[in-house]
Design a protein around this ligand. Structure first.
Ligand code: PTJ
Length: 268
């Protein structure tokens, strides 16, 4: 079905469409569609925009990725279907690998996700020849690459389930996540949590990285400056602030709006 651009929910419908296509093309797990539904509900409460908290987290994440010596971007079935080009642009800008690492693992899906990333121009793609295991994890997300997630010092894990994030933190890695749920285990385990939709967060991260790189190149910024950005960020405050928007934001937006008489259950 063609979705008209004039539709008030065009962006949201297109995102759903991409995921359904991703599922048809063997990239996204059926469970990924359910996970997206939960994300959508939270995004709705956040106002479907990059909040000021998310913008700050994105800047801190860009600084941390640029300061890292071995950054790696982890890619699952939702991310691979929604933002393959932006993930590729980010990995290329950081000169780091994007590693396919999935929970509902099949070799077929890993291979399709690797192909999708390569097809989007990603130079360093890992995941189809795993040769290491994360300690203390009993599910397939433990399976990874020695030159990738296993030896990374900083891992970006968008849209993650909590177990692995906790293990990565225990391994001493710097963990950055993108998760619309500020209450999730991942959000709370990570050092930097971007409470934003991956469809906005990843392209905005690419922009942040390129701006910081430009300033580094022009001598306006150095590694101490990047460190200063990171030290000025508190994930606790960020999660509290994001939660506060979810609590109060919808009511603020509805202020002054009344349901039409005789509509829905309020009409009586
Ligand atoms: O491809 P696989 O096999 O690795 O599976 C991927 C899923 C997403 C199915 C798997 O990682 C999973 O089950 O994740 P969870 O535990 O459902 O967690 C997903 C988290 O991402 C939840 O906190 C959602 O609110 C959040 N989320 C969903 N869609 C988005 C999102 N966060 C940011 N952007 C989204 N578009």
């Amino acid at each position: 079905m063609e979705i008209p651009k004039s539709h008030p929910r065009y962006a949201s419908l297109m995102t759903r469409h991409k995921l359904v296509e991703g599922h048809r093309n063997g990239l996204t797990a059926p469970e990924g569609l359910i996970a997206h539904g939960r994300g959508e509900a939270l995004d709705y409460l956040l106002g479907e925009r990059t909040t000021e908290w998310a913008a700050r987290a994105q800047r801190a994440a860009a600084a941390a990725l640029l300061l890292a010596t071995r950054p790696v971007i982890s890619v699952n079935g939702n991310v691979g279907a929604l933002v393959p080009e932006d993930i590729s642009a980010l990995a290329n800008a950081l000169d780091c690998p994007a590693e396919v690492n999935i929970f509902h693992r099949t070799e077929e899906r890993v291979s399709r996700l690797c192909q999708a990333l390569r097809g989007s121009g990603c130079v360093k793609v890992l995941g189809d020849r795993p040769d290491a295991k994360l300690p203390g994890l009993d599910h397939p997300r433990a399976v990874c690459c020695r030159d990738g997630i296993f030896s990374a010092d900083t891992v970006l894990v968008p849209l993650e389930d909590g177990d692995r994030a906790e293990v990565l933190v225990k391994m001493g890695k710097n963990v950055i996540t993108i998760d619309l749920n500020p209450l999730s285990r991942t959000a709370r385990a990570a050092h930097i949590t971007i409470v934003n939709n991956v469809v906005r967060a990843v392209p905005e991260l690419v922009k942040e990285v390129s701006e910081l790189k430009r300033d580094l190149g022009a001598g306006k910024l150095d590694s101490a400056g990047l460190d200063y950005i990171i030290k000025g960020f508190s994930n606790g405050e960020n999660l509290e602030g994001s939660l506060d928007i979810i609590r109060k934001g919808p009511l603020e937006r509805l202020k002054g709006q009344r349901p039409a008489p005789n509509s829905g259950t309020d009409g009586k």
